[in-house]
Design a protein around this ligand. Structure first.
Ligand SMILES: Nc1ncnc2c1ncn2[C@@H]1O[C@H](COP(=O)(O)OP(=O)(O)OP(=O)(O)O)[C@@H](O)[C@H]1O
Ligand SMILES: [Mg+2]
Length: 227
């Protein structure tokens, strides 16, 4: 690797860690700002609901408003849950991955068959964050799109590399077509996921392989330098 390559790789690693830190700040701001305000609004409305007890029409309106705010609160909570800092600095790679698998099982009705070697060891912060975000997206896809009731998640260490594999036996898709649909990305709130994985892998100098076809399940495999 030339000096320029090494410099740009180091810059990419810094950028990945920085964007994660920014994301965590956004999550905290959301928790302390809008979530607290919605809470306050909800308790005010509950007072109003009692005050208009004799007026069925007003009571119905207030209840609708309470329902809407509760739904908004639920959505923000889900978002915060998905992006809550999992303690990247404190916890080793295996523990982070295990936590993610358990969280996925808890939040969905899917089983995650986890294969983690006891001697996985740890890796640098940017790599650990990337692994977490990649696995989070791969599991989310396997839940939202595959229709399968279980997924397999395997993390392995080869000498200087960490390999991630996420597979399901679901309905499958054509990865080349999906990744070529450049114009779709970001339109109507979707299809950032695989592109994001691709970008993270590229920034860390790794490789991404997606093996899937309609009706044949999906296997996503990523190899990253274990820096
Ligand atoms: N495990 C899978 N099984 C079946 N189809 C999949 C799987 N993973 C991805 N896909 C297909 O690839 C498409 C693109 O996935 P991608 O993660 O980029 O976007 P998305 O999940 O639709 O939206 P986003 O991730 O931005 O919320 C999906 O819409 C789906 O059609
Ligand atoms: Mg996705």
């Amino acid at each position: 690797m030339g000096l320029r390559d090494a410099e740009s790789r180091a810059a990419s690693r810094r950028l990945l860690a920085t964007s994660e830190r920014e994301l965590q700040r956004i999550v905290l701001d959301m928790h302390d700002g809008p979530v607290q305000d919605i809470f306050a609004a909800l308790s005010q409305l509950q007072v109003v609901e009692r005050a208009v007890a004799g007026d069925a029409a007003s009571q119905q309106r207030v209840q609708q408003a309470i329902g809407l705010l509760e739904r908004a609160l639920g959505e923000i909570r889900n978002f915060i849950g998905a992006f809550r800092p999992p303690g990247f600095e404190r916890r080793a790679l295996g523990e982070i991955v295990e936590g993610l698998a358990v969280q996925h099982e808890t939040l969905t009705d899917q089983i995650v068959e986890l294969e983690l070697p006891p001697d996985l060891g740890d890796c640098g912060l940017p790599t650990k964050i990337a692994i977490y975000r990649i696995l989070q997206e791969a599991l989310a896809n396997g839940h939202r799109h595959s229709g399968a009731s279980r997924q397999r998640l395997r993390v392995a260490r080869h000498e200087n590399a960490i390999e991630l594999t996420v597979t399901d036996d679901g309905r499958g898709f054509d990865p080349e077509r999906v990744l070529a649909r450049e114009e779709d990305v970001g339109v109507e709130g979707g299809h950032f996921g695989l592109r994001g994985i691709q970008d993270r892998v590229e920034m860390l100098g790794g490789t991404l392989t997606i093996d899937s076809a309609p009706g044949r399940g999906a296997a996503l495999s990523v190899v990253l330098p274990a820096e």
